[in-house]
Design a protein around this ligand. Structure first.
Ligand code: SF4
Length: 626
């Protein structure tokens, strides 16, 4: 075992020292002197969250299969250790070798949500890597970003040397091969960036210049280096059976947020919900083969000792082999006493049968995500879920012994009216009323309904990328109005209402659709002490408000402003597959309350066909569950 970077004295004083000592089951050990490339993979949040992330596990496995590369990991030090590291000038280190990240060739940061951006600055700062890419020298690692937030990387453009837009399996090997050659020849930092800027999917922000109009919108976005591409085209892996997938995932010593084997069954989603970025940018749908899934499920359970396996997908019910896979897993898991978790499953007879077999009905609750309270608004967002199917699903479940239901909604969706907001309370009450139609002697106690609302945040590459977002005040008013409507319902005592922080959603909105200018506010907020902003106990809105005021950046410009169709959007230089024409058509359909069929029923020509595979080339079917 390597000498630990933190002394025993420090480890004894901080919370959960296991976050920083590495050496977990299935951790890769290599001789750091015998490799050509040292890569540090970072998830900018606390260890328990980062360790639950599938993407890092896939890339960790893929990179470490290369003999010339050692891929290690780092997560955000919790505030207790952050303070000690700053006081004692301890450089941030990777878990495997316990050596400073500053000595690595690459620091790869996955950007999963906007509110981890101050943690990105913390990672750079504690590592001793200049925050701004332009200040880095030949001795600094290359800082690269990937993950869903790179579909608008502009708020972070100043802090990264390059971004990769697409699925990790496609170009990383090429990046490393070029780097190895480049390092052997002794080329400069700029030369390497110029070489990789020619690879599809790689975006080097310093090779582009942005000019703004007087009104603050973008005038032009131009490349200023001949090696850079005009458009950065998202890269996808079309043959999922040939991709890397860890048979021996890392198993932490302390409980991770997702403490289970994760089996990714497919990528993409056929549904086309108009608010959902993942459903748009991960198109087209590609399924993994049954043989692959059965083999990997068995091997991973063996290699980890986990007591639960979870199927990962944006919409598991749409996976064509779901029944075969789930019944196989039930048999396998029964042998090994392993639990199966099936998130994102639409409630129907099959789902209830499976849940009956794998869960304790009395303990588990059902989850529905109607997102909107009325059919009108569900049509606006193209949710494809009718009230009838929700009530039917709930009733089948109640008859099967369930009595707890979780409901997820959004407030602030485009075109929302007071009726739509009230509809959330009415729908929750209707579900409770359904329950009480069951004769008393056949009921399983009282019904319990938990309705939660989050605030709608418009995201790039969705049909709502042009739409305005509510202000924090508007959100709060809607929340109060809804609360009063819950109080008017017959079954109000059976319904619990939970809601999200409005200010946090507003900031998420700024960074989701922000341009390069918002980096100044991010930097100022970090200097004010903002960190772990997605954690309610650390989020300090006053500091953020001050940061925006000090840097003269108007929050409302980014959030509560409807964009014109002609406006140059900060992420327009990215080709994510779905075309602007399709997104505009969908935005218009939304305003006209017209629904668009899912990809299994009919192809609406979104643009993802250009990737040459997946659902786009399969025959259409008539029947798809609502
Ligand atoms: S091209 Fe058609 S089938 Fe393919 S993802 Fe787009 S809408 Fe769906």
């Amino acid at each position: 075992m390597n000498k630990l970077a933190l002394s025993d004295e420090i480890l004894m004083t901080i919370d959960k020292p296991a976050r920083y000592i590495g050496n977990e089951t299935n951790m890769v050990v290599k001789d750091t002197k015998a490799v050509d490339i040292r890569f540090c993979m970072c998830f900018p949040d606390v260890y328990e969250i980062g360790m639950s992330h599938l993407g890092i596990q896939i890339l960790y496995d893929m990179f470490n299969r290369r003999e010339d590369t050692y891929c290690e990991r780092v997560y955000s030090p919790w505030p207790d250790l952050d303070k000690i590291m700053r006081e004692k000038h301890i450089p941030l280190f990777a878990l495997e070798s316990q050596e400073p990240i500053k000595n690595f060739d690459f620091l790869g940061i996955t950007l999963q949500y906007e509110m981890c951006y101050t943690n990105v600055l913390q990672i750079l700062d504690l590592s001793g890597i200049p925050l701004l890419a332009k200040d880095r020298t030949e001795d600094d690692p290359f800082v690269l970003g990937g993950g869903p937030c790179v579909y608008n990387p502009e708020p972070l453009a100043d802090f990264f040397d390059f971004f990769y837009i697409g699925e990790g399996e496609t170009v990383y090997n090429q990046l490393l091969d070029i780097y190895k050659e480049h390092k052997a020849k002794g080329g400069s930092r700029k030369e390497y960036l110029e070489k990789i800027a020619e690879i599809e999917g790689i975006y080097v922000p310093s090779f582009y210049d942005v000019h703004y109009k007087e009104d603050g919108t973008i005038e032009s976005f131009t490349k200023i280096n001949s090696h850079a591409k005009e458009k950065i085209k998202k890269q996808v892996e079309m043959k999922l059976e040939n991709t890397y997938y860890p048979k021996k995932p890392l198993v932490p010593y302390i409980r991770a947020t997702q403490d289970r084997v994760v089996l990714e069954i497919q990528r993409g989603c056929i549904r086309g919900c108009r608010f959902c970025q993942a459903g748009m940018v991960y198109r087209p749908v590609r399924e993994r083969s049954m043989d692959f899934l059965k083999e990997y499920a068995t091997e991973m359970l063996k290699a980890t000792g986990h007591e639960e396996i979870s199927l990962s997908s944006l919409s598991s019910s749409d996976f064509s082999g779901l029944q075969e896979l789930v019944y196989f897993l039930i048999e396998e898991c029964n042998k090994q006493k392993v639990n199966i978790s099936l998130p994102s499953l639409r409630i129907d007879a099959f789902a209830l049968d499976v849940m009956n077999k794998v869960q304790d009905v009395r303990k588990s609750s059902l989850t529905f995500a109607p997102e909107a309270g009325t059919q009108r608004l569900r049509d606006v967002i193209n949710k494809g879920l009718t009230e009838e199917s929700i009530l039917n699903g709930a009733m089948q479940a109640f008859n099967g012994g369930w009595n707890r239901v979780k409901l997820y909604f959004m407030l602030g969706l485009p075109t929302e009216t007071e009726d739509d907001i009230e509809g959330i309370a009415v729908l929750s009450d209707r579900i409770a009323r359904e329950y009480y139609t069951i004769p008393k002697d056949q009921r399983n106690g009282k019904v319990g309904i938990t309705a939660s609302t989050s605030f709608f945040v418009p995201k790039p590459f969705t049909p709502f990328q042009w739409s305005r977002m509510d202000t924090a005040e508007e959100y709060l008013n809607k929340q109060h109005f809804l609360r009063s409507k819950f109080n008017e319902q017959l079954n109000k005592k059976s319904i619990k209402y939970n809601w999200h922080e409005a200010e946090l959603s507003v900031l998420e909105g700024v960074f989701a659709r922000g341009d390069r200018k918002v980096a100044a506010a991010l930097m100022a907020a970090y200097k004010e002490g903002c960190l772990f902003d997605s954690w309610t106990e650390f989020f300090d809105n006053k500091k953020w408000v001050k940061a925006f005021a000090d840097t003269n950046i108007d929050i409302n410009f980014y959030t509560s402003r409807e964009r014109d169709e002609e406006e140059v959007l900060p992420w327009d230089f990215i080709d994510a597959g779905v075309t602007k024409k399709f997104l505009l058509r969908e935005y218009k359909n939304a305003k006209e309350e017209k629904i668009t069929p899912n990809c299994k029923l009919s192809c609406t020509n979104c643009g993802a066909m250009e990737f040459g595979g997946g659902i786009c080339f399969l025959p259409r079917t008539e029947e798809v569950n609502a």
